[in-house]
Design a protein around this ligand. Structure first.
Ligand code: SF4
Length: 111
């Protein structure tokens, strides 16, 4: 009798991992300062500075999914997060991080 053992490669594991699993793999051991630096490195991928919810406030900050809520945005006028490659890469499943807070805060990581 032949036994088949299925072992997922690291790429396969990443493809099916939840946000919580990916965050733990990538950022879990980083300091808050390193996480902020990491967010600055992907700012060019972020859609927030092109978003109607953001641009109408005049506040052109971004990466709210990592850096947390905006201090200037209170009205939700549409969200581009679902089109963002950071959202897809990290399997983030929320939106309106600018008004709701960071993905970590919305996740199961702090519960
Ligand atoms: S978090 Fe969503 S709604 Fe807020 S600025 Fe970014 S894309 Fe727009």
């Amino acid at each position: 009798m032949m036994m088949v053992i299925c072992m997922a490669t690291p790429d396969e594991k990443w493809a099916t991992a939840s946000f919580e699993e990916k965050y733990s793999m990538m950022m879990g051991s980083m300091s808050e300062a390193d996480q902020k630096r990491s967010a600055q490195n992907v700012i060019h991928l972020c859609r927030c500075n092109k978003c109607q919810t953001n641009t109408e406030t005049g506040e052109i900050n971004a990466v709210y999914c990592t850096l947390g809520k905006s201090e200037g945005i209170s009205e939700q006028r549409g969200c581009l997060c679902s089109e963002c490659s950071i959202t897809k890469t990290m399997s983030m499943r929320w939106k309106y991080y600018c008004t709701q807070g960071s993905a970590v805060g919305l996740s199961n990581l702090n519960r």
